[in-house]
Ligand binder design. Sequence first.
Ligand SMILES: [Zn+2]
Length: 84
Amino acid sequence: MVIALILAGATATLAGAGYFVWASGRRAEPVVHHARCPKCDQKVRYGPARAGQQIPCPRCRRRWTLPATGEPSAQGSALPRRIA
Ligand SMILES: [Zn+2]
């Protein structure tokens, strides 16, 4: 009987914590950057944690560097850093 009460309490606690995480996650707008592959123009979405990192393009597999700002830069300026 005691175990059942503990389990019920733990379940309620987990449910409350889960709801809190869910509610806070819905309230906070996730930051998502957008960039386009310099080779095939594939649009790529990524979080700020991946900014400045090299990734293989999901379409053409070319490796390129995600811009730190995530904003599409004007053509011909601010070329992404390339590491062969
Ligand atoms: Zn590509």
